[in-house]
Every structure is written in structure tokens, then in C-alpha cells.
Design a protein around this ligand. Structure first.
Ligand code: ACM
Length: 529
């Protein structure tokens, strides 16, 4: 089983850490090197030892979580065991929130109390981190835990470079280890269309050809059955796969396949009903394939300079009461958000869509860190927001100051990621309540191999996870980094390419042998957009 290859299970091999952070000091000294750090940890003397007779037992609602845990830690499940067991139960969990859990380890075994299967799953993830694989012991402890944010996301762009199903499943394992719960998959862009759509086989037959480095690369895409397996695997780990079909910009893969939809400068033509027929058919297929209640329709970086130039466009604008071609963008955004909502899904888009004033059930992703006013406007406009500003949430940017810069000359170190997005002080506590959470984005113009993908994600994803899960006042980078450091060495032992702050040059060379190092390289200039 792929689970625990990278993270949780080997955390127990760590050295005891002497920490300066008071909240985690006692627990760290007791060897409880958990990531993300839980809300309350009360270590006790002693340990529970797993033996041949130890079983996992669960109340009916948590049977799936129990089976997954048992598989991970090589135990059997059994009903009704009273001792020498790991028990998942709804009892005593009435007051716990949606993703919360309580974990108690005593001489009889471990009990995970939760109100929902997600809470039970997170309790299992914590338990798996506590288990020392060599001695099969779990330290006695009482833990109460609940997340800071409901949305703890990672976005992967599979258009600029394609990453296959096994790679995605491994990524989902890592996400699950650290309690991330949204996998946002950017399926379409100018470079290629990566998702099979039944009504339009050409989209993948020809639209899936090429990538950012080689426009002639053979077609790569997810078949329906591959995508369904990704969705099933993620759901088992309480991760929702959120699909993104980018529109009306970033449309070249679709418009080179269907030139009649072309609006110029990498856009769909928003004045043509054929565009709406096509996109609505695509979205209906996506809604059937993905159980996600959210559909991300992009909406970013639209170049409208090719719009409104012909008689049909002028007629459309007249009919819709639009004065300027640019207003077609707002019309397009409102129409697509309405369509998604009418089909009982929540529309999501990048922060440009705020200008269109779509209905307030739309969720806005704030990505332009240099435009904090977009976050302010979105929240003031009544929209729920996911924070994914380039700084510090874009994982295509370098993680070390000694590396060549890309585009915006931003360096998103693990420490910067851990520090989280900067929310302007002007935003009131009441409006902050509408921040759903955070998401890191892995754009892949410059990420064309699995080792380099790993390197850009690890260990920043771990920093993201603790930033997203662990409560204010409980996060301390020094303490986190002490828990993280030994993991990095272990990733490397396991063949996972991880950035290593103690060996920036060597770890980059391992992950990307062709990388130009600063002494010899000029900074790359292309941005991720
Ligand atoms: C984006 O980076 N264009 C959302």
C-alpha cells in the first residue's frame, strides 16, 4: 500500500526534539512529533504495545476508516473487542465539530471519538503518526483536535505538463497524511486539455497533445475511469477532488480543437452561443464525473482585446445592453456562474471574477498577492474566499533564496509558507469569518518531471498543512522546523525528492539535473501565467 511511504509512519524514528515553543515543549520531549500540531496534547507516562491480538474495531459509520487504518498498520478489524484494541466510536463525540476528533491512548489501547467519518479519519492519521513501527508502541496521550480552516487545499496544473494517475495517487497519500482535504485539479489551459469529455472526443484526441516544453508531445489525459479512480481514492481519504475548467481565457487547447469557438488571444468567443453550448455540455459532463459540490471555472487573466469586433458580437452586445466589449467578460462570468448554480453546484473562480459581480454563492480564490484590494472587495462583496496568493502560496516559485527566480521574483520558502498569506489589517474580524481557508498552487510551466514536482511540493506542503490546520497561537516555525528536519532526510532515504535547506544546491541537482544554478544562470523570465 502506498500509504505512509513518505511521512506519518516514519515520523516515529525522529530524535527527541528540544523545543522552545511552550505549547509543544512537553509533548515534543515525550517524542510526540506530530504534524500538523493538534489543538491540545496531554502526554502521559507509559505506552500501549500492539501485539498479534490487537484489532481495530469501529462503530458502523466508521467502518471504512477502520479498514483503511487496519490496512495501513497491518492489523485486522474485528467487532466488539473491549481491550487490546484501537476503537473508532461516535460515543462521547456529540459536541465535536465536523472534522474534529479526540484520541485517547491508555493501557487498553486507543480510542478515537468523532462525530463524522472525516473526524475519525483524522484521528487515525494522528494515531498512525504516533505509532513507533519498530517497537509497535503508541505513547499514552490524550489529544483533542480540530482544524483552523475548513478548506485546506492543494492545486495541481496538469495542463502545462501532465502528471499521471499513479503520481496523483501518491500526492493524495501525502495530502491525507497531513490532513489536507481539497485537491483542486487544473485540467485545461492553453497547452492541453486533459480530461475526457464524452461528447467531444476530439478534445483529448488532439486537444491533449503537447505541453509547455514540447507542443508536439503525444496526447496525455485522464480517461473517465482513471479520473473516477482518483476521485474514489481521494474520497476514501476525505479529500474532495475539485475540477477546474478554465474559461473564458486560457482556452487555446479547446479553441485550436474547435476553431469556431475562438475569441482571439487565447479566449473563447463570448458573443457566440456555440461557446455556451460547448462549455455547458462540458460542465454537465464534469458535474456527472466529479461528486464535488464545487466547480471551478477559472475566469483569470482574460485578454478581451479580440472581442466585439464583428457584427455578431455587436448584435450580442446590443441585445444584452452591453456598451463595451470588456463588459462581455462580466456577462460571460454571470452566465456561467448561473449555469453552475442552476445545476446545484457552487461556482468558484479566480479573483478577477469579482468585477463581474456574480451571485454571492460564488467562491473567490484570491491569487494576486499584489492586489490585496481584491481580497477586500471579495469579502466586502459577500463572497466566501479561499486564500491562494502567489506569495506565499505558489509552489512553482523557488523555495530557496539562492535559486534562480521565476517571473515575479518571489521566493516562497517553507518558512514563508508556514507564515501564511498576509491578510490586510483593514479586513474586519466579521469579514474574516468568510475566509474558507488556504490553498497552495502548483503551476507546472517549469515543472516537467516527477522528481522536480516532488521537490517543489516537499516539504512546503507539510508547512502548508500545519498553517492550515493548527490554531492561531499554536504555530511556531522554529518548533515546526525541528519536527520537519529529520523528515526531509527520511524522504530522501525513501527516494522522495525533497528540498533540503541544509543542502540547497545538492537537493536541486538531484531533483532537476538540468537546473541552472545562480552562479551560472540568468533568471528565467517566463511567469507561470
Ligand atoms: C493564476 O495564477 N493565473 C490564477
Amino acid at each position: 500500500m502506498m500509504k505512509k511511504t513518505g511521512t506519518g509512519m516514519f515520523m516515529k524514528n525522529l530524535l527527541i526534539i528540544v523545543s522552545l515553543a511552550t505549547s509543544a515543549l512537553t509533548a515534543s520531549a515525550a517524542g510526540l512529533d506530530l504534524i500538523p500540531w493538534p489543538a491540545k496534547v496531554q502526554p502521559e507516562p507509559g505506552q500501549f504495545t500492539i501485539n498479534q491480538q490487537t484489532v481495530v474495531t469501529a462503530d458502523a459509520p466508521f467502518a471504512a476508516e477502520a479498514a483503511l487504518l487496519a490496512g495501513d498498520i497491518h492489523l485486522k478489524t474485528a467487532a466488539g473487542a473491549k481491550a487490546n484494541r484501537i476503537r473508532l466510536t461516535t460515543q462521547g463525540a456529540e459536541a465535536l465539530g465536523e472534522e474534529a476528533y479526540r484520541l485517547e491512548v491508555d493501557q487498553q489501547g486507543a480510542t478515537i471519538h468523532a462525530h463524522s467519518p472525516a473526524g475519525a479519519f483524522y484521528g487515525c492519521q494522528t494515531l498512525a503518526q504516533l505509532l513507533e513501527p519498530k517497537t509497535q508502541t503508541i505513547p499514552l496521550v490524550k489529544i483533542e483536535d480540530a482544524p483552523r480552516y475548513a478548506w485546506r487545499g492543494l492545486m495541481l496544473d496538469v495542463s502545462r505538463h501532465f502528471f499521471d494517475q499513479p503520481t496523483i495517487l501518491r500526492l493524495l497519500d501525502w495530502m491525507a497524511d497531513y490532513k489536507l482535504n481539497r485537491f483542486h485539479i487544473h485540467l485545461t489551459d492553453d497547452q492541453a486539455w486533459r480530461m475526457e469529455i464524452d461528447k467531444y472526443p476530439e478534445l483529448t484526441r488532439t486537444g491533449a497533445r503537447g505541453n509547455f516544453t514540447d507542443t508536439n508531445a503525444p496526447a496525455r489525459f485522464f480517461t473517465k475511469s482513471e479520473m473516477r479512480e482518483i476521485i474514489r481514492y481521494a474520497a476514501q481519504r476525505h479529500i474532495v477532488v475539485v475540477p477546474e475548467i478554465d474559461m473564458p481565457g486560457h482556452a487555446s487547447a479547446a479553441t485550436r480543437t474547435f476553431p469556431q469557438l475562438d475569441g482571439g488571444v487565447k479566449t473563447y468567443n463570448p458573443a457566440s452561443e456555440a461557446t455556451y453550448d460547448f462549455l455547458q455540455n462540458v460542465l454537465l459532463d464534469v458535474m456527472q464525473t466529479f461528486p464535488s459540490p464545487w466547480i471551478h471555472f477559472g475566469g483569470d487573466e482574460v485578454n478581451t482585446s479580440g472581442w466585439g469586433k464583428d457584427a455578431a458580437a455587436a448584435e450580442k452586445m446590443r441585445a444584452e445592453g452591453l456598451q463595451k466589449p470588456q463588459q462581455l467578460e462580466g456577462y460571460f462570468v454571470r452566465r456561467m456562474t448561473q449555469f453552475i448554480s442552476q445545476h446545484h453546484h457552487t461556482p468558484m473562480g479566480w479573483d478577477e471574477i469579482v468585477a463581474a459581480k456574480p451571485a454571492t454563492n460564488t467562491v473567490v480564490f484570491w491569487w494576486r498577492h499584489n492586489k490585496p484590494e481584491m481580497l477586500e472587495q471579495a469579502l466586502a462583496g459577500g463572497y466566501a474566499v479561499v486564500l491562494s496568493p502567489r506569495s506565499p502560496c505558489y509552489f512553482d516559485y523557488p523555495q530557496d533564496k539562492s535559486y534562480p527566480q521565476i517571473g515575479w521574483k518571489i521566493c516562497n520558502t517553507p518558512e514563508a509558507v508556514y507564515g501564511g498569506p498576509k491578510i490586510p489589517a483593514s479586513i474586519s474580524p466579521a469579514l474574516r469569518k468568510n475566509i474558507l481557508g488556504v490553498e497552495a498552487c502548483v503551476w507546472t510551466e517549469h515543472i516537467g518531471s516527477v522528481p522536480y514536482l516532488e521537490f517543489m511540493i516537499m516539504p512546503r506542503m507539510v508547512a502548508l498543512a500545519e498553517m492550515a490546520w493548527t490554531a492561531d497561537g499554536q504555530r511556531d516555525f522554529g518548533n515546526f522546523n525541528a519536527r520537519l528536519k529529520p523528515l526531509v532526510a527520511q524522504y530522501q532515504q525513501l527516494g522522495i525528492h525533497s528540498y533540503d535547506e541544509n543542502n540547497p544546491e545538492g537537493s536541486l541537482r538531484e531533483a532537476r539535473p538540468s537546473a541552472k544554478l545562480p552562479a551560472t544562470a540568468s533568471a528565467t523570465s517566463a511567469s507561470h501565467q
